[in-house]
Design a protein around this ligand. Structure first.
Ligand SMILES: *Cc1c(COP(=O)(O)O)cnc(C)c1O
Length: 421
């Protein structure tokens, strides 16, 4: 089936009432028929629900849909994108290990790895996104993951996913791709050899800025990969916290099984059933919205390209952009989503544009139906010193736009007014 159809039907075959809309199972816990059944559920003899921190029927439908949309083996929905990224990495490392990350990723991921997880004993090594070969020299026998974004936020760089996945495979290291900005409608990293896909569902998946959410999708065949694999021995040796259970011995995708049984159990950043339901509604229109975000993004980018005050305009749908060929190669019909950035001469000029737009809201989110304008240097990246900001391409004149679903000519007129004010 195609993605448009999967986004509307996958994972839900209607309940006993014939309910068309997916029901919300707004409950914390589930009753057992008998003491025996309760006991069977806890030892995985019976896979029914126990407690919403672990599984919930509404969330299960969202998970099935996300797994199908990404072409993966299974999915786990989480309370936010940050929770998804934390679980995906925490599932692999122990103190003393290292992770190799792209130099073009979300600021929250950078602080998660470089500061928070450092305190847990994870070392972070940074590779050049535009030069995947730079990964090789960073890998050693303590490397547990390679982490990158398919279309990065806020740098709007396209990753050479085939090249990164091939290096990961060659060294037997798990690759993790954050596919938040591109979404599964534009690309399936797993089809390009990536092992794990993570999402912030709070952005384009939600699409209207309604609900936080995250997801982790694992590829088929990972259970085999983990069997007797010394780099990831904790998947194929007994887990003392689960009566000596061996994840690779069970007939389920081992990566996500361990996240559910061990990490969701212990850490618990599970989505509320209501947010899962909200995301299910949103994902029904993902294809339509991504087409429109992308065509609007293209039109606004072409308008900005014609303006002499604008430089370092970054939108991979423009022929002049250095990622144009990669975007054409990897993204469905060369569509590039709705995120773009550009520079003006200084902070005052950038702020003038922010303060004089009418349709654009000054917000640090992306992927909303409503267009958004951001000044990263004084907001999302404010905690990073100015000289370090420059090194990662965040200058004081940088403006980021998340192009919504309004009429493109209205957006262009609004920007023109702001430039001229
Ligand atoms: C927003 C974002 C995240 C974090 O997601 P939350 O849902 O806000 O926790 C992670 N990665 C990327 C690329 C993002 O844009």
């Amino acid at each position: 089936m195609n993605k448009e159809t999967l986004a509307i039907h996958a994972g839900y075959g209607k309940d006993s009432q014939g309910t068309m809309a997916v029901p919300i199972y707004q409950t914390t816990a589930f009753a057992f028929d008998s003491a025996q059944q309760a006991s069977d559920r806890f030892c995985l003899q019976d896979l029914g629900n126990i407690y919403t921190r672990l599984t919930n029927p509404t969330t299960a439908i969202l998970e099935a849909r996300l797994a199908e949309l990404e072409g993966g083996a299974s999915a786990i929905a989480t309370a936010s994108g940050q929770a998804a990224i934390f679980y995906a990495v925490a599932n692999l490392f122990e103190s003393g290990d290292n992770i190799v990350i792209s130099d073009k990723i979300y600021g929250g991921s950078v602080t998660l790895f470089k500061y928070t997880m450092k305190r847990f004993g994870l070392e972070t090594r940074v590779f050049e996104n535009d030069n995947p070969e730079s990964i090789e020299a960073l890998i050693d026998d303590k490397t547990k993951a390679i982490f990158f974004e398919s279309l990065s936020n806020p740098q709007i760089a396209v990753a050479d996913i085939d090249a990164i996945s091939a290096i990961a495979k060659k060294h037997g290291v798990i690759s993790i791709c954050d596919n938040t900005v591109a979404t599964p409608y534009l690309i399936n990293p797993i089809a390009h050899g990536t092992d794990i896909v993570v999402h912030s569902c709070s952005k384009y998946m939600s699409g209207q800025g309604l609900a936080l959410g995250g997801a982790i999708i694992d590829r088929d065949g990972l259970t085999e990969f983990f069997k007797d694999n010394p780099r990831y021995a904790h998947f194929s040796t007994p887990d003392a916290s689960y009566h000596g259970l061996v994840y690779t011995d069970l007939p389920f995708p081992a990566f996500n099984l361990r996240i559910r049984l061990a990490l969701l159990r212990d850490i618990g950043a599970t989505p509320s059933p209501f947010n899962s339901w909200s995301l299910i509604q949103s994902i029904e229109t993902l294809a339509l919205r991504m087409e429109k975000h992308s065509s609007n993004g293209q039109k606004v980018a072409e308008y900005l390209e014609s303006k002499s005050e604008v430089f370092n305009l970054n939108y991979p749908g423009l022929k002049s952009n250095k990622y144009y060929d990669l975007a054409k190669k990897y993204f469905k019909d060369g569509l590039c989503s709705g995120l773009l950035s550009f520079e003006v001469k200084d902070k005052d000029t950038a702020w003038k544009i922010l303060d004089n737009t009418d349709i654009f809201s000054i917000v640090v989110n992306i992927g909303d139906s409503k267009s958004i304008i951001t000044h990263p240097s004084t907001t999302t990246h404010q905690q990073i010193p100015l000289d370090e900001q420059k090194e990662i391409g965040i200058t004081e004149g940088l403006v980021r736009l998340s192009i919504g679903l309004e009429d493109a000519s209205d957006l262009i007129e609004d920007l023109e007014t702001a430039f001229n004010s």
